[in-house]
Write a protein that binds this ligand. Sequence first.
Ligand code: ATP
Length: 871
Amino acid sequence: MMKGRERLMNHDQQGVPEVLSELGTRTSGLRPEEVAARMQTYGANALAQNQKPSLKQKALEQLKDPMILVLAGAAALSGAFQEWIDMAIILVVVAVNTVLGIMQEQKAEKALEALKRMGAPYSRVRRGGDVMQIKSEEIVPGDIVILETGDAVPADMRLTASASLRVEEAALTGESHPVDKNTEVPQAGNDTELPLGNRTNMAYMGTSVTYGHGEGVVTATGMRTEMGKIAGILLNTKEEKTPLQKKLAAFSKLLSIMVLLICAAIFILSVFRSGSITGKLVFDSLLTAISLAVAAIPEGLVVVVTLVLSIGVTRMSARNAIIRRMTAVETLGCTQVICTDKTGTLTENKMTVAETLGQEDILAKAMALCTTVLKTKEGYAGDPTEIALVEYAGKILRDFDYAVYEKADEAPFDSGRKMMSVFYHTPSGTVTQYTKGAVDKVLLQCSRMLENGKIVDLSQERLEQIVEKNHEMADNALRVLAAAYQEYYELPQNVSPESVETDMIFIGLAGMTDPIRPEVFDAMANCTKAGIKPVMITGDHRDTAVAIARRLKILDNDDQALTGSQIARMSDRELDENISRISVYARVQPEHKVRIVSAWKRRGKITAMTGDGVNDAPAMKVADIGVGMGITGTDVTKNVADMVLADDNFASIIFAVQEGRRIYENIRKAIQYLLSSNLAEILAILTATILGYTIFAPIHILWINLITDTFPAIALGREEAEADGMGKPPRNPADSIFSDHLGTEVVAQGVIIGLLTLWSFLIGHAQGELTGMTMAFFTLSMSEIFHSLNLRSRTQSLFKIKGHNQSLIDAMLASFLLTLSVVYIPGFHEIFRLEPLSAVNFLSALGIAFLIIPLTELTKLLKRRTQKKKT
Ligand code: ATP
């Protein structure tokens, strides 16, 4: 075993044929039966996950909650006073609460894990001679992996082919500058083993391709890779808490501490005020203090918020917006600017050549050969622009088979210079270079052109004609590429772009249509209506970009568009002055994207930024929300993204923003619901205590807070977006959760419910102590249940709310039945210190509880009136 490992380490010192034979494979790849056998031997290509906390650890975590500690104390006290039933109930409640807490946590965890699985990376491999896409997990040693710019390297491999391949290995070596890779054996002086960073013919798991492309044979997978050996640096990120969760946790903690202090004070006061201290008195005072503590601590808050967030995230993923960082959900709701790519995001990225200039057969061949399209079993794979060109060539040239041409060398495409070149040997022994790219860039490097099969000078007049034609096509929203060529006696030694992409012969232009996605028109309208500024940033020609922006109504004046070269000439200050006017940036270089996002951020705007290519990653990191593309996006951009669009579609961003707003508003509704309930309980207990009554036993409050209140609160989180959800400007991220009168409303509604509860209590108390407590319990529970209906909207009348929330109806029903069961089921009501209510009492308690609906309607009406007055 050890010997095998030793040999594995030296793959960089072996030639390609040696490595292939040692790994029992060939350049055409493994056969299916070999793959299956190796999967058996080596297992999945995955790093071991972090140890998850065990069930016991989770339970202990739950038990650390201050509320649980208070309850445990209460149980101990009850035991000390030999109140066994009380003690048992409190312990059962603690147990139920712990189990529920763990269950809910697991539910949220499962949802997130499912999301992670959706984001699992894919790789392209050659097996049995066919190129195919598989999950990176399914790679086995001996597989031939194809690497493209932007790919994350999925396993350790010895390179077998390389075209200007460059790999960034910071994760392994700390070196952030990309390393040039090739297939040659590097010099390893004095038989010492080469350090990782010098093994230029190897590519390692966890690194990423920043330029060029290549192929490699897998030498190690999973935990046997170099990455796997570095224990500890595992790829999974820790789930961060969102700002809201953090604020709430801090708020709950503060509240708990305050409550404990107040309760202690009340306890001490009531014991000492009565003069003589008896055991019974101490117990009663303790019980009141404990009821108060239980009433005030918002036990359900944190759990409900976490659950609502995770339900929301699952819903978003079902609609193609996959959240990679929980914090993004909240930030989405505040988004003020969305910077979006054009190709593929606003358009379908389904190109077809619609118009050309130049001799078609030559143009078609040049365009098609100057690509990196792969022929797979399912058809062509690669960049849609290039597929369109290969398909066009198939139409124009009969018997054209792209796959029979073999490349001699190439200078790969990059979005900085906006062109690429490929070299082919010709039958006559010479070498032809085909170049294609952005028209303006290619023309700059041409001195001659093909005209009727002859090479002529690219005179000023001819140049103007070409530029005019380009302009015309771009104005029609076509994406235009130019093709050029050049002949050599032999393959140039060095195919660096600067040395070969110059002094070329222009062949012609191809204009491609790329229809706007139909759903984007509406999404764009919603985006503007919601007070969010859409900004198109594209590498494409200005005229093409402007034509599409006009159709989408994001630009109505030409001076709202800037080009990359204009940005380059601007200082940051000038850019800042213009930033809010500009809707379209064309012909940009990747570094301009960073400047644009930074300028928006200097304006204090919450900015989302889409990205697909490797060079987009820095701008996505600067943005508040980096949006990665699921289909065309590179692994590098997906890894830095806060959200990935499974369908690359702009409309999905707008949906995600709408969801972000909805989730936040719903969480606020749930918070308002739970806090008004807590406040009502505190007020009722305090007032009753002052008047000399006992209105609740701790168990009543526990039951309401932990059982009957949680269902409606979670159901409120599922409420549909309100009609004006996208009709108002984004909220300010600095706003507190209590902004927009939420705090006042909590107080008002808490007071109302508290008073209703007291009223019902007094009616009952006149008939007996237990009747009073039961009436109070019933009215409080029922008014909470009714109140959840009120909170479906914080402004709109309940009777005007359109949508239907079945989960709320179910939750209300469940809570109602649970309340009935503790009041009426024999055995239960004794334990709960309640009694079955007579029909009259039942109806009175119910009627009083119902009043919370008309009373809240009234306050909503007043609120709408004052809002109207203000506008
Ligand atoms: P967006 O930024 O909206 O996605 P884009 O695809 O045009 O638009 P880039 O990929 O940076 O952005 O391309 C910039 C320009 O380079 C294109 O407008 C086109 O002229 C040229 N180009 C794009 N792909 C290729 C390619 N495969 N070969 C040659 N030139 C290309």
